[in-house]
Design a binder for this molecule. Structure first.
Ligand code: CO
Length: 161
């Protein structure tokens, strides 16, 4: 189902979200379905955290095409970064909850993330580039952090990616 994306200024985006314990609950499955449906309908979205559709749960999804291309799950549940590179890089980003604002954020160049898929299977990924950036951005959401908290050189011109 298509859900309205919650915009900056709403309290839920600033809350630390809850860990998932029960992978059988109907509500849990509904959140995943809504996340997928809502992300797909966005114009340029490549990641969406549960808080952004009003669910205070540790779940995010990434673009289904990207996940398919990389042969990884598109749903990350209870994700934890277990390793990060010493090096950081300054990358341009935006957020569906902060429309028409873009900025540069220092992100770890490489991170290893441990998460569960929707069937409670554990997976571990070591990522760099765009995927690493998405994962760091989405895990920030789950902790109530928005990219504008960290961004420099914020501007209104959309990056050409
Ligand atoms: Co965002």
């Amino acid at each position: 189902m298509l859900k309205p994306i919650i915009l900056e200024g709403q309290k839920i985006l600033r809350e630390k979200s809850q860990k998932i314990d029960n992978f059988q609950e109907k509500e849990f499955k509904t959140i995943i379905k809504n996340l997928r449906g809502t992300l797909k309908k966005t114009k340029n979205g490549i990641g969406l955290a549960a808080q952004q559709i009003g669910a205070n749960q540790r779940i995010f999804v990434i673009d289904a095409e990207l996940a398919k291309k990389l042969k990884i799950p598109d749903v990350f549940i209870n994700p934890i970064i277990t390793k990060k590179s010493f090096r950081k890089e300054k990358l341009e980003e935006g957020c569906l909850s902060v429309p028409e604002i873009y900025g540069f954020v220092k992100r770890y160049r490489q991170v290893t993330v441990e998460a569960r898929d929707e069937n409670n299977n554990k997976f571990i990924l070591t990522t760099k580039g765009l995927l690493s950036q998405i994962i760091q951005h989405e895990i920030d959401h789950l902790n109530g952090i928005l990219f504008i908290d960290k961004a420099t050189q914020t501007h209104n011109i959309k990056p050409e990616i």
